[in-house]
Design a protein around this ligand. Structure first.
Ligand SMILES: NC(=O)c1ccc[n+]([C@@H]2O[C@H](COP(=O)([O-])OP(=O)(O)OC[C@H]3O[C@@H](n4cnc5c(N)ncnc54)[C@H](O)[C@@H]3O)[C@@H](O)[C@H]2O)c1
Length: 261
């Protein structure tokens, strides 16, 4: 398959593509930034339908993995984040449908359900989002569901936790991660789940929690993903120490004040 990955030079995408490439799939990156310009890359803006139409040509599958920039300005008002995250996602699914693409993965987030108490079931409707970021992710899930219902596409929404490079134990901002978080997940585990969905003969719309820790099996219903896709996380975070419960609670409450991950 030739797989279009929006936000292809982003932190998540750079690791997510590895299991796809190892399995022999061709990856086309689509991004506003140039990255290292290697391989099959199309520069463009997801918010511009013409750019997106050019990007999908010749592709067989879609992975939506872009997001509005990390600057706080992008999430201070709905303008930028809705343009990129929501309009961009609608453009991608629309152009993919026009082009006859039948399989897709949306990179979603647990930010769509953070208002629900744990344990989280995989099929929570995604209607209790955190902040404008979570709201854009909830809208993305609705667009993905619409693409399954109206365009007949097979679409998986991967509700991923906190992405950490398990080799370097660093997050997307380069911050060192010194303690376990049940929602830690490695980019290659996310890519492997995406691969299993895209290679399978699935129909409709499904939601999959994706983390790499054994705690998430029950607390985030990761078991559902493992059973459905016959998968298990490869990159655990067991060597990190468990956090002090009081410090973890304080951090959670500070994080809920912040914008996106
Ligand atoms: N990093 C995490 O911990 C985390 C957690 C949960 C969900 N996610 C999700 O993972 C996905 C990727 O996030 P990330 O952490 O890799 O972010 P990132 O900022 O590293 O990557 C996003 C990419 O999107 C590109 N992009 C931005 N605007 C664009 C536009 N208009 N057109 C085309 N491309 C554009 C950027 O240039 C960048 O390469 C997002 O959907 C995010 O919601 C990430």
């Amino acid at each position: 398959m030739r797989i279009l990955v929006s936000g292809g030079w982003g932190f998540l995408a750079r690791g997510l593509v590895l299991p796809l490439e190892v399995a022999g799939h061709a990856v086309r990156r689509f991004d506003v930034q140039e990255g290292d310009r290697t391989g099959d890359f199309i520069r463009g803006d997801v918010a511009r339908l013409d750019d997106v139409r050019s990007a999908v040509k010749g592709c067989d599958a879609l992975i939506v993995a872009h997001m509005a920039p990390r600057s706080p300005d992008a999430y201070a008002t709905p303008e930028i984040c809705f343009d990129i995250n929501v309009r961009g996602t609608a453009n991608l699914f629309f152009a993919a449908h026009e082009h006859g693409i039948r399989r897709a993965v949306l990179i979603s987030s647990t930010a769509t359900i953070s208002g629900y108490p744990k344990p989280w079931r995989h099929d929570l409707p995604g209607d209790r989002p955190a902040g404008l970021y979570g709201l854009t992710k909830a809208c993305q899930e609705q667009i993905a569901r619409f693409a399954a219902d109206s365009y007949g596409m097979a679409v998986a929404a991967l509700r991923i936790g906190y992405v950490v490079d398990a080799d370097r134990m660093r997050d997307k901002y380069g911050r060192e991660v010194g303690e376990r978080n049940e929602m830690d997940c490695d980019r290659r585990d996310v890519g492997e789940v995406a691969r299993r969905w895209l290679e399978g003969d699935w129909r409709g719309f499904e939601i999959f929690p994706v983390m790499s820790t054994h705690e998430a099996m029950d607390s985030c219903d990761l078991r559902h993903t493992c059973q459905w896709l016959n998968w298990e996380p490869r990159y655990d975070f067991d060597r990190l120490p468990t956090p002090d419960p009081a410090k973890a609670a304080a951090r959670r409450s500070a994080k809920s004040e912040r914008t996106p991950s």
